[in-house]
Every structure is written in structure tokens, then in C-alpha cells.
Design a protein. Sequence first.
Length: 104
Amino acid sequence: MTSKSLKCEISESSIVVATVEQISSDLGGEAVILNLKSGVYHGLNEVGAKIWNFIQQPKTVKEIKQKLLEEYEVESEVCVGDILALLKELKAVELIKVKNETVA
């Protein structure tokens, strides 16, 4: 086993999906999410809420990026960086599950 484990790595090929242990609500384009396991609320701005709604079904990070690039004028690298930062935060508070596909 190597010390460089991919357990927490999220890349463009990663598949992400919202966990079932949560309840979320739309608040005027933003979102509030209650983690049912921890009892903690989390808020998302408009873009975060769009991502949250999109990942109610499994999506790759690449699919999320494509959707945002269609809707917003943002550079691809900036978009990916922001998506990965949000997904890492959501993973840290156990609101999403991440699956990494091995590329053949």
C-alpha cells in the first residue's frame, strides 16, 4: 500500500452525488441543507445551490463544469477550482459521496 491514498482526492473524472442523510430546501435561489447525521445546517449561494441540485443524481465533476460553463462566463480553470473547493467542503461534512473511476 502506498501512502498516497486517493480516498479524499476529487478530480474531473470523479463521480459525486448528494448523500441520502440530508434534507435541503431552496431559499430564493440559494440552498440550505440539514445534515441529518450531525444535525448541522449548511448554506450554499446561488452557484453552490445549482451544483447541489445537479448532484442529486450522480454526476462527474466534468459534467458539473460543463453545466456551469454553459450558464456563467468563467474561465474553465477557475470553474474547476471553485467546483473542487466546494465538493471538498461538502465531502468533509459528509453531504456528498465521491467515487473515483479508474481510467482504462
